[in-house]
Ligand binder design. Sequence first.
Ligand SMILES: [Zn+2]
Ligand SMILES: [Zn+2]
Length: 350
Amino acid sequence: MSMLPIWQALPLQRALSALAEGQLGHATLITGPEHLGQAALARALAQRLLCNAAQGDAPACGECRACTQTRAIAQRPQCTTAKAGEPACGQCRGCIDALASRHPDLRIVTLEINEKTEKLRTEIAVEQIRKLSEWLALTSQQGGAQVVIIESADLLNRNAANALLKTLEEPAPGRYLFLATSRPHRLPATIRSRCQHIALRLPDRAAALDWLRAQGHDGDSAATALTAARGNPGVADRWLRDGTLETRKAVHAELLRIAKGALGPLELAALWAKDEQLSLRLALAADFAALLSSRLAIGEAVPSPQPDRQRLGQWFDQANACRELLSTTVRSDLALVPLLIAWREVFAQG
Ligand SMILES: [Zn+2]
Ligand SMILES: [Zn+2]
């Protein structure tokens, strides 16, 4: 099977040991910082559980029919959004449809297209979990395990979570559920408490850089991106591929120009209001405030003028609230102006 990065390979090996000892739970919550590969680890475990050849604590053989079928999902070949060499987006029609080309004893639950609106749903709906329960009530088609992966499990809506809870309360031999998420606190405690936990952790910097270079990034860009992503190689890889790193640089420069009085809040609000990536810009802006605050906390140099740490914290919340607000129908320039005026105040003396 394909080589997993070190931060997934070690937890995988521990889970395989647990499996060999009969200690792998029927439900496992896989958590960790975003884009670190929680779902990829779940797929590796699913592949192993369905593999016709692997024994004991060995990983999936990668060659049997079951392995071929499960791998076809992991690659999601029908993505219409990703460019050559990029990972599948997981959201386009092609990606959603690719879930249908599955191993008959594997179900992957993720956001679905709403058939009425033809748009991607923003949460996992209760019908999806009901269908899942009906499927789990059948016996496995190939005589082995039945495996479920719930990707972005934090997006289960309340009814879906309640329906899933019933399934978790009735474990059955040979039935495995994996819930992948980077926001486990958004899951009800009742669900979390019924799962075993696997936590992915950030690798050390050298291992992260090795991996980024193996993805085809040059050493300098990889180092810059990894620092910006606070040591998260999954985020750094994404940012290098989709141009976020450039946007981040621009956002920092624009905010510093406001702080210095070289750019007016109204001007920048007008500029950002026209931008299709406004939500990303606001997330990066909030992150910039957090970054400056953490630098102040450890006595590291920050660009002048000197920001006020308490006001940075308040502005971080304000920027995130603004981002939430703009996901509704509020006119973006109206919401942005007070936010950017407040940003200038963060640097006001006295
Ligand atoms: Zn196999
Ligand atoms: Zn896609």
